[in-house]
Ligand binder design. Structure first.
Ligand code: GLR
Ligand code: MG
Length: 421
């Protein structure tokens, strides 16, 4: 099979999303993604990334330089990504509505190309990507029930299948529905939406309803150090970790001094350059890896090794995503021995039928995804579905994720400033 990259096709897509609340606003009716196909003479490989227009333009520019390289030469591909960004003055395109702005742009651009190259490398070798990453240490990767406060439906539209969840009862009901369907064995609540006492009450209600199930609360840095300390005291012995209670490495370090539980982050430490200052201050004890902004699967393994050296634990962050990302996340987590927390996924929040891959390759069982064993990522592109979601992208008119502007349409007084409490 040929190893030379003949062509790269980048297709922006949109899929339906539910009105999930967070510290910067509310999810819009559609989530955007980019689907990356690397094509050789004999096969193709898949990657998935953010769909904001600024990011798409960067991917397109890098793709021009990557054509003609070998799928094994990911060092050269990384250099192309660096070079393609020289003089790039565009802003935004982080895909996370302003929540994570300090990740490495090069790593974000490189990531989907690396995943697609690994997909092809696996197909050439006749091996699953997990084997290229050192072999799977688990046959199934556990994910957590990722709960959100949410409106019943998007304003002006009928209620969605999950309905409203604006108080502890609503959150417990949501947890029951998600767990009934997927069998998740850990629960994360997205906070930073209501005053902390209300969110503490919701966690306590989950603790009562699901005794012994590991819990996490993530307010996306919406609290001051003082407020975080109060929450940490209230949730002592109840949460397995507290995620991004306060902003920045310094805020996390100050909370970590007194909090009894580990602190986790996907906001304060999101690039390799953030690790030394964080380690020096013991600011975070759990890094939420995310191959989309840590530079792909192999660099995420480097992150895993650094965590092991410095006695930090590893979990995994997610954003609204489709099946290519889920496959990549699953291969990575299966081959990272110290990634032993249940990973985050937004999977339950998308419509089952909306995806770009052929059905059946990714199997959910008992709160986890069975690691595919077919060559490469073990998934195939469904071109009909891809065309449908691309048309949806064109029709919806969205060009970037902007939870804040959408929220202000309905709550003009809303302000996303942090820390808020
Ligand atoms: O753990 C996190 O911070 C996230 O999952 C970030 C996401 O953007 C989440 O807040 C969301 O989807 O609203
Ligand atoms: Mg988080």
């Amino acid at each position: 099979m040929s190893r030379i990259i003949k062509n790269i096709v980048i297709t922006p897509v949109a899929f339906h999303d539910m009105p999930l609340l967070n510290s910067v606003g509310v999810h819009e009716p559609f989530a955007l993604r980019s689907i990356i196909e690397i094509i050789t003479d004999s096969t193709y490989g898949l990657g998935e990334s953010y769909g904001d227009s600024a990011h798409l333009a960067r991917l397109e520019k890098a793709a021009e330089g990557i054509k003609g390289l070998s799928v094994y030469d990911t060092n050269a591909i990384y250099q192309v990504c660096i070079d393609s960004l020289i003089g790039d003055t565009s802003t935004g395109g982080d895909g996370m509505a302003g929540m994570v702005t300090t990740a490495s742009v090069v790593d974000k651009v490189f990531s989907p190309f690396e995943v697609a190259c690994l997909d092809i490398q696996g197909k050439i070798a006749g091996l699953p990507v997990s084997d290229l990453l050192g072999g799977r240490v688990r046959d199934s990767v556990q994910y957590s029930a990722y709960l959100f406060y949410k409106w019943a439906g998007h304003p002006g539209q009928p209620d969605d299948e999950y309905g409203e969840a604006l108080d502890p009862e609503g959150i417990v009901k949501q947890a029951k529905k998600i767990i009934d369907e997927y069998g998740f064995k850990a629960i994360k609540l997205k906070g930073g939406v209501y005053p902390p006492a209300q969110e503490v009450e919701a966690i306590k209600a989950l603790h009562a309803a699901f005794p012994g199930v590991p819990l996490r609360l993530d307010p996306n840095a919406a609290w001051t150090v003082e407020t975080s300390n109060w929450v940490a005291q209230e949730l002592d012995g109840i949460v397995e970790y507290l995620e991004d209670p306060a902003p920045e490495i310094e805020g996390m370090a100050a909370v970590a001094k007194t909090a009894s539980m580990p602190l986790a982050t996907n906001m304060a430490v999101v690039a390799f350059s953030h690790l030394p200052p964080s380690v020096a201050q013991d600011a975070v004890q759990v890094i939420l890896s995310d191959h989309h902004f840590w530079g792909g699967l192999r660099k995420s393994q480097t992150l895993a090794a650094i965590c092991a050296i410095w006695n930090m634990r590893l979990s995994m962050h997610s954003n609204s995503h489709l099946g290519i990302s889920l496959a990549a996340m699953t291969h990575l987590a299966s081959a990272a021995p110290n990634l032993d927390y249940a990973c985050d996924t937004h999977w339950p929040w998308k419509l089952r039928e909306e995806d770009v891959i052929v059905d059946g390759a990714l199997k959910w069982a008992d709160g986890g995804v069975v690691v595919p064993t077919a060559p490469g990522l073990g998934i195939e592109l469904d071109r009909k579905k891809l065309a449908l979601l691309h048309q949806q992208y064109l029709d919806c008119g969205m060009t970037k994720r902007d939870d804040t502007t959408y929220m202000k349409k309905f709550r003009p007084e809303f302000s996303p400033h942090i820390p808020r409490w």
